[in-house]
Every structure is written in C-alpha cells, then in structure tokens.
Design a protein around this ligand. Sequence first.
Ligand code: ADP
Length: 453
Amino acid sequence: MNWLLPRIALATLAVALGALVGVWVGRWSQAPFLGEVLGAGSAVLVLVLVDSLRGHRLIQWLRGNQQGAAPRDTGFWGELGYRIERAVRERERVIDRERLQLSQFLSAIEASPNGVLMLDRHDHIQWCNKVAADHFALDPQRDLQQRITNLVRSPAFVSYLQSGQYAEPLMLGNTRGAGNLSVVVRSYGEGMRLVLSQDVTERERAESMRRDFVANVSHEIRTPLTVLTGFIETMSSLPLTEAERKRVLFLMGQQTQRMLTLVSDLLTLAQLEGSPRPAPDRWVSLDGLLNRVASDAQALSSGRHQISVQTETHADVAGVEPELLSAAANLVTNAVRYTPDGGAIDVVWRLQTDGSGELSVCDTGPGIAREHLPRLTERFYRVDGSRSRETGGTGLGLSIVKHVAQRHGGELHIQSEPGKGSKFRLVLPAVRVRVAGGEAEVGVEAAMPRAQA
Ligand code: ADP
C-alpha cells in the first residue's frame, strides 16, 4: 500500500497546481473560475494520460512472451508490474519443475524392461514406451492418438481389453510372432487404462525345459525300477536255479548301478549350477589330472582301443579339480564307449598362441551327423539312445562338460562327421592357464603307451 498515499498526494497536488495555474491564467482573460476548472481538468487529463501510458506498457509486456523484465515504473504501476512479473516467474519455475519431473518420470518408464501403454477412455493411445511399441509392433510417435484395437487386431487382446475383467493376465503370442507376452491392464483416472506387457518367452522356455527335465529324469529312473520290480517278482514267485539266481542278481546290480550313475550325474549338474564360479587362483596340475583320466580310460577300454595321451606343454589350470577331472573323464570315456573295438583315441593338451589351453579328445568312432551337433550338450539328448544306455550313459555327460567349461570361462567345441570320427575340444582361457615347467616334446609325454586293440 506504499504507493496509495503518494498517489493520492500527487493527484491532489497536480489538481491543485492545475487549478492555481488556471486561476492565474483566467485572471488575464477575466474568467478565473473557468480557468480554475480547466486547469484542474488539464491536470487530471495529464495524470490519466501518464497512467494510460504506463498501463499500456505493462499490457504490452504481458501480451508478449514475458522474457525480459516488466516495465520498471514507480508507484502503482511499478508495484503492479513487479508483482505480476514475480507471479509469472513463479509460474514458470513451477512449470519447469513439473516438466522436469514429467520427463524424468517418462524416462524411468522408458527404461522399464516391460511395455507400458496409456489409453484414454476411447482406447486411443496417449503414450507408450519403446518396449510396448516393440511388443505391439507400434510406432511410438506416428500411432499416438490412434485407437489401439485398430492397430493390435489380435481377437484375444481386443476381447480382453473390452471385457473389463483384468484380474488374470492375458497370455498373447507376440504380435510380431517372435515370442509370448503376458499382458495386464489396470484402470486409472477417469476411464483411462494402463496396458502393461512383459515378454515371457524366456520364462516359458525355462518352464518348459524344467518340465522336460522332470519328465526325462522320471523316465530314466522308471525304466531301471520297472526292470528291478520284474526281477523281484521273478525271484519271489519262481524257483530259480543257483545259476539263474546269480544271473538275475547280476542284472539287478546293473540296473542299480545305472540309477546310481544317473543320480550322481544329476547331483554333479545341480552342484555345478548352484556353486559360485571357481576361484582364479587355485591351480590344478594338468599332468596329474590327465594321468587319472588315462588310467580310467584304459580300464574301461580293457585294451580294445589304441589310447594315446600327449601333453605338449606341462601346465596348471586354475579351477576346481573334481570339475575339471569330471569334464575330461566324460570326454575320454565317451570316446571309449562310442568307438568300436580297434579304434584309436587321441587325447592332447596344448597351449595355443593366445595363451589359452586346449584339451582335445579325438576318436575314430562312428561320428555324429551335422544336425545333432548343436543339441549334443542338451540334457538327456542322445544320438543313439540304445548304444548310450548299453554302455552306461546317462545322456548328461556333455551337458556336464559344457557347464564345467563355461564356469571356467571356456568353451566346448565339437567337430564330427559320420564315418570320420569325432573331435571334442575343451578350450580354457589364458587367465586360467599357466606353464608349469619346461616344454615337453610332442608325443613323448604320453601318460600311457598306445595299447594295441
Ligand atoms: P551319454 O551318456 O548318452 O553318452 P553324453 O551327454 O555324454 O551322454 O553324450 C550325448 C550323446 O552324444 C551321446 O548319447 C552320443 O550319442 C553322442 N556322443 C557323445 N560322444 C560321442 C563320441 N565320442 N562319438 C560319437 N557319439 C558321441
């Protein structure tokens, strides 16, 4: 209110001054009263003109974009301009803050791994993030304000959206045909809806793998159990001779052994999946490891194959000894089991030029057709099921090898051709391999001499 008194005083002073001047001028023309009125009126006119000018300047500023400062006048117009400018700046600050919050909020939703799509009461798309655009094959800019049911025409989706019953998610094949989506709708505001989509292809795949795994394990265990049950019935219901009894007990022992091997492989796999990555500083001597693998292979082969184990360079490998042993043993025993009598098996350890180490197991067995190669490391995948079971295979060996390789940062490579044998290469990265001693001559470090078939 500090402008009010000066304004009244100024107006009064101006009118009084105008009147005085008017009286003085009026005396000359013999009309002092008229002069007084005209003088006071002129003063009021000047005041109104000055006010209008200031008001005009302020309105001009308000009509513009209010970028610069408001007109800096004194008194009433000065205070009015100052207060309006302050309100305008405050409003701009609030808008900026809200704009920033909105953009942060949208960036957060944009970063979500799930699809988010906002619909108005008429199912028009208000906003959607890139993931939703990808899930529903939409263009996040071009399709704004379009009716979603015109763009996503899946009957299941349309009827789900229109049903208003959103307690259960909708399972939908990806509109681009590349997987499965779980879609949930939530209502908010006045008739607005939020469509949330999630790609569950991986989850479904894992779930189906889990189901297959349980079915496979059950099948693998049921077969020997059925055989055992048959033998138990035979033994309890039929009078057997001593020789028959021994034969039945031998066969029962075989089936029990098969189950034991299966359970042991399953435990190994579970352990591999559940334990932390092997430490990079626990060194295992490869010579010792290969010696044990070689003597196991020799025992399994019983002289039916030519087996050679060569170490080009003495080395240590950083990792878990039982795991590395199990991987190497699986590769070598597979070679013995699948290679017909008289065949040759070569096990070679060598350092590669980049410092990584390679354990290769090469056999002259039947080889494997190309189409099977990518699936060999799947659990329970067998090319020749009967040969595998006959020789005590569980279908888990290569899966174990692959897991061990991956846990040690390495890879398993398989090369094979029907009729030309197979080569399995377990490659370990340079960080997990170190030279242990002097160079060994190729072929001289054979852990065992080639046995004649
Ligand atoms: P299994 O216990 O059946 O041997 P693996 O996982 O070790 O299971 O091997 C998977 C399949 O790969 C085997 O069933 C077999 O058909 C094939 N296979 C593995 N090693 C060889 C090999 N050296 N020669 C030919 N086939 C092989």
